[in-house]
Write a protein that binds this ligand. Structure first.
Ligand code: VGL
Ligand code: ZN
Length: 218
C-alpha cells in the first residue's frame, strides 16, 4: 500500500544495543566520527521503550595491533594484512581506562549490561558478538539468550564499522536485526557505508528510524 509506514512495537524480547558512544568517537576525540555526538538525542528518546539496553565499549590495550602507531612506517586508515585478514589501521583510540574510552557524559542511560570488546592486543573486535577473526566470541550472546532476546535494535558508532558488523553477526546468530539510522553516524572510509548497506541487504538486516518505534499497542 502506498505511504504505509512500518511501525515497530517494542516488547520484552527486544533489545536496544548502543554501540561505542564513547568520547574518542565523538567530536574532539581521537577517532572522531563526523557528528558522532548527534546519535545521543535519538538514542535517549527511544531507550525508555526498551526493558533491555546493552552498551558496548571499545576497550583497547595501549599496544593494540589495530593502532597504526604499532606498525613502523604505517599511517592511520591504511589497510594491513594481519593473521586473521585485512585490518584497517586506526589512530590510537579507546585505550582502557583513558577518558577517551569513557562513555559520552550525555549518554545518561540505565544499561542492563556493558560488553567491552577489543581487549586482546592481537585482534580487533568491531562486532559486539565476535572478534575480527569472526570466531572468538565476546560473551554477549549467552547474556542475550538468557534474557529471551529475539530482536536487536542497533544505534551508535560507527554505522559502517562496529554498528554494522554487530548487526551482521546478530543475523548470523539468528536474531532479527534493525539498524536505527538516525541513531547512527558513519566513518565513511573508501565506500565503507555503501558496502555495509549492501551487506545489510544480503543478510536481511532491516533499517529504520527511531521515530518508527512505538510502545506495545494495547
Ligand atoms: C570502531 C574503528 C575502530 C567503531 C572501533 O566503534 O566503529 N571503529 N574501533
Ligand atoms: Zn577500536
Amino acid at each position: 500500500m502506498a505511504n504505509q509506514k512500518t511501525v515497530w512495537s517494542i516488547g520484552a524480547r527486544d533489545l536496544l544495543l548502543v554501540v561505542d558512544v564513547q568520547n574518542d568517537f565523538c567530536p574532539g576525540g581521537a577517532l572522531a566520527v563526523p557528528e558522532g555526538d548527534a546519535v545521543i538525542a535519538p538514542i535517549l528518546r527511544v531507550a525508555p521503550l526498551f526493558q533491555h539496553v546493552v552498551l558496548t565499549q571499545d576497550w583497547h590495550p595501549a599496544d593494540h595491533s589495530s593502532f597504526a602507531a604499532m606498525h613502523a612506517g604505517r599511517k592511520p586508515y591504511e589497510v594491513l594484512e594481519l593473521e586473521y585478514g585485512p585490518q584497517v589501521l586506526w589512530p590510537v583510540h579507546c585505550v582502557m581506562g583513558s577518558s577517551g574510552a569513557e562513555f559520552h557524559a550525555k549518554l545518561t542511560l540505565q544499561a542492563s549490561y556493558v560488553q567491552r570488546k577489543g581487549s586482546d592486543a592481537r585482534v580487533d573486535s568491531y562486532s559486539a558478538f565476535f572478534e575480527n577473526d569472526r570466531r572468538t566470541p565476546t560473551g554477549l550472546e549467552p547474556v542475550l539468550c538468557a534474557r529471551g532476546i529475539e530482536r536487536i535494535f542497533l544505534a551508535g558508532l560507527a554505522y559502517d564499522f562496529c554498528v554494522g558488523y554487530s548487526a551482521l553477526d546478530a543475523r548470523r546468530r539468528g536474531f532479527e536485526a534493525i539498524v536505527l539510522q538516525d541513531g547512527c553516524r558513519a566513518i565513511d572510509l573508501n565506500g565503507s557505508r555503501e558496502r555495509m548497506e549492501e551487506n545489510f541487504a544480503q543478510a536481511g538486516v532491516c533499517v529504520a528510524q527511531t521515530g518508527d518505534l512505538t510502545a506495545p499497542l494495547q
